[in-house]
Design a protein. Structure first.
Length: 754
């Protein structure tokens, strides 16, 4: 990182365009994004081409490869799978992964609040976003995370988002038990429509995006180039962000049964961070002066920074030996580097109810990841049984280094009338650390069809190793020797099984069992006896029924599950704070067990032409089953009892309003326990609540097909989320660490197609 990366930067004066956006909304001139090819099959080249720019219904994705790595109908997959197709993302004005999953059952969003750095969320009660090692793009894991160095992909380059509920270790190795999200890139397609989209949001950010493709006359060579540029202000006062990316891809039909797709990506973020630690007083509970605004910035414009660069290159290869056996391979190298600087809270709000002490930190990091997944798929019959046999081997290696810099504390700030006094510039200490990890997994899965029965059984064996190091340095540059490398080396077996019966009526009841594992987040220095921690294991039983109607597009899933995670490292109350390299940290013991039981209902249906409905509802009951007598019997934090959402979208098909589309949605998130500070866990002070209150948010969209009046193939749209600009806390982990969720966001777009 160059030395001048830590110098202050000027900020442009903030602009507001909300009146312009509001006038567009009131005029009723709107549009939704033009439908992209609906990737119903795993190969984009085989997908159905939709009408030009016109949006009159969402089309249900019937197939997806993420859950089984085979071409299996979702309605015949014995587990909960949600797919957000490109068409839906365009119609809802999605700009990031959190927005894409707003209408998915069992998903709690914005785990780190309104955060322009990452996509953080939880599935069925467990972390599954950027803060976890579960992020995958095209089925391949992103580089390992460290410090603030994490990935985030631009949703404009996604063909679809696959949300896989429950453990998926057989297909992907190290994953959290609640579920994972596989992001699928756009790839070249024959006869692709060219798209240019211009946008302007209510904070003054302007954007331009394009999606262009071409190919040879015989479709043996196909090209695609996707890109986006955005620059302007954010929800947080004085914080700006510039973002751009380019993603080229090329498909070569080498022979009749051999196809190669090359994928590349370069992404860059420059500017400030909307991620802020906020005091509990003034956000979750009022002070004598009320609540902080959800736009208030308590950092320093001359210091706070978020810069990140991501680049990747890889390929997708498929070769059919014959009608029975097919070989597929996915591979990628990815690099991520970042610079974060922030001035954040330092302890709770002062007794005067408005003055906040602050601390100054910074972090740099870079990471590299290499992944390759090779699969052999056979489709054959043995008597009355039709098999789809999958054998795969995947390998991954990741390396990351990061530095955490701490400075002398800057001046306090008034959270109701902030006056920015600048950073201190006095560096106190530097903490360097890094990890190198490898994983090799071999997996086998057989999907069997017997008349209307569908059976699935799979198993996987993983070998993994993590090496880590750390080094403490003083502000003057004097460093201690690197700590002894800590090695976590282990292996694990994971299995799954499922059975489903596909009735002719479209109903398909099913039962499934699946497992997961993750290496412990703690090493042997954190245990009193110096022994390494076993992997954290998860297992889930799920029973449900799916319904895919024959007369219209749609898929409805009702599921109930029992999900448990064992081997979690929890505080060792028998030995106290005598562990760690310096013997001053809390000891841990790997006896923790958590349980989440739930029931989910989710539907994506288009009952009549032009009218689509997305509905989701989840009831979750969580508990610390075992926790060394610290948390036992308590609810798990950040797991609300109820989550529900409903979105309706209608496009007029005739008459004076022909071509006008209107949509609205509502999202409800129930109350959940605070992390670490609540009386339900740690006996917090009486004046502090132990729960984050429930909140309800409203969204809306309007669109209009301009080709009704002009010869241009164009559509104008307006999408508004959190219409009432409701101020709500999405997460709290203590008296000095609460986060506001996203306020009102309005974006107007003009899309041209040819």
């Amino acid at each position: 990182m160059p030395i001048n990366a830590f110098q202050g930067r000027p900020r442009l004066r903030r602009l507001r365009f909300a009146p312009l956006i509001s006038s567009l909304l009131l005029s009723g001139v709107v549009a939704a994004a033009e439908p992209e090819p609906a990737a119903d099959a795993p190969d984009a080249a085989d997908s159905v081409q939709l009408d030009a720019v016109r949006v009159n219904a969402y089309r249900t994705t019937t197939h997806t490869s993420g859950a089984t790595k085979t071409d299996t109908p979702i309605a015949e997959t014995a587990k909960s799978v949600s797919v957000i197709a490109r068409e839906e993302m365009d119609a809802r004005g999605v700009t990031n992964l959190n927005e894409a999953m707003r209408y998915v059952a069992g998903v709690v969003l914005e785990s780190t609040g309104n955060d322009n750095r990452y996509d953080d969320f939880r599935i069925r009660g467990f972390s599954a976003g950027s803060e976890s090692p579960n992020v995958t793009l095209d089925g391949l894991r992103a580089p390992p995370i460290g410090g603030w160095n994490k990935t985030k992909f631009d949703s404009w380059n996604l063909d679809r988002v696959e949300v896989l509920k429950g453990p998926s270790a057989v297909m992907y190795g190290q994953v959290a038990p609640g579920g994972m999200v596989n992001q699928v890139s756009k790839t070249p397609t024959p006869d692709q429509q060219q798209v240019l989209q211009l946008g302007l949001d209510g904070y003054g950010t302007y954007s331009a995006a394009f999606d262009l493709g071409a190919g040879a006359g015989d479709d043996r060579h196909l090209f695609r180039l996707v890109g986006r540029y955005a620059d302007g202000d954010t929800q947080i006062d004085t914080v700006e962000q510039k973002h751009w990316f380019l993603a080229p891809s090329y498909t070569w039909q080498i022979a009749e049964k051999t196809r190669l797709t090359l994928l590349g990506q370069y992404l860059k973020d420059d500017g400030g961070s909307t991620y802020q630690f906020l005091p509990m007083d003034g956000t979750l509970i009022p002070t004598p002066y009320g609540y902080m605004k959800n736009t208030t910035f308590i950092g320093e414009p001359a210091w706070d920074t978020w810069d990140r660069t991501i680049w990747s290159a890889g390929w997708l290869l498929e070769h059919a030996f014959n009608d029975t056996w097919t070989l597929s391979q996915s591979a990628r190298h990815m690099h991520v580097d970042s610079l974060y600087r922030g001035i954040v809270t330092n302890g709770p709000l002062d007794p005067d109810g408005r003055t906040q002490k602050r601390r100054q930190v910074a972090g740099t990091g870079d990471a590299d990841g290499d992944t390759i997944d090779t699969r052999l798929i056979g489709k054959f019959d043995t008597g009355m049984l039709a098999h789809t046999l999958l054998f795969g081997v995947d390998w991954g290696r990741g390396e990351q280094d990061n530095a955490r810099l701490t400075y002398a504390n800057p001046a306090s700030i008034d959270i109701f009338n902030p006056v920015h006094t600048g950073p201190t510039g006095t560096l106190n200490s530097i903490g360097n650390s890094g990890t190198e990890s490898t994983q090799t997994g071999a997996y086998l899965q057989d999907q069997i069809v017997l008349d209307k029965w569908r059976f699935t059984a799979g198993g996987r064996y993983d070998w993994f190793q993590d090496d880590s190091w750390s080094q403490a340095c003083q502000g003057n540059g004097q460093c201690q020797p690197r700590s002894k490398t800590t090695r976590i080396k282990d292996e694990a077996f994971s299995g799954n099984a499922g059975v489903l019966y596909a009735f002719d009526s479209g109903f398909a009841p099913y039962l499934s069992y699946s497992e997961s594992f993750q290496p412990s987040g703690y090493d042997s220095t954190n245990s009193y006896d110096g022994k390494p921690f076993d992997p954290v294991r998860g297992k889930q039983w799920e029973i449900g029924v799916k319904y895919q109607p024959a007369n219209f597009d749609g898929l409805v899933t009702l599921a109930a599950y029992d999900l448990r995670q064992k081997g979690v490292a929890v505080p060792d109350t028998d030995h106290g704070t005598v562990c760690g390299p310096a013997g001053t940290t809390q000891c841990r013991i790997g006896h923790g067990e958590t349980r989440v039981r739930g029931i989910e209902l989710e539907a994506r249906i288009t009952p009549v032409e032009g009218f689509s409905v997305i509905g989701a509802a989840s009831k979750m009951d969580s508990e610390y089953v075992r926790s060394a007598n610290v948390y036992e019997g308590k609810d798990v934090e950040m797991v609300p009892d109820w989550i529900a959402s409903l979105w309706g979208d209608y496009t007029f098909q005739s008459g004076a309003l022909n071509g006008l589309g209107i949509a609205t949605g509502v999202r409800y998130n129930g109350s959940s326990y605070i992390v670490g500070n609540s009386r339900s866990i740690a006996g917090g002070a009486d004046r502090y609540p132990d729960k984050i209150p429930a909140y309800t948010l409203w969204d809306a969209a309007l669109r209009y097909d301009l080709s009704r009046f002009t010869r241009a193939n164009a559509m104008l749209s307006l999408n508004v989320s959190n219409i009432a600009d409701k101020r709500f806390v999405s997460t709290c982990t203590g008296t000095s660490s609460c986060w506001y969720g996203s306020g009102r966001t309005a974006i107007a777009t003009l899309r041209l197609g040819w």
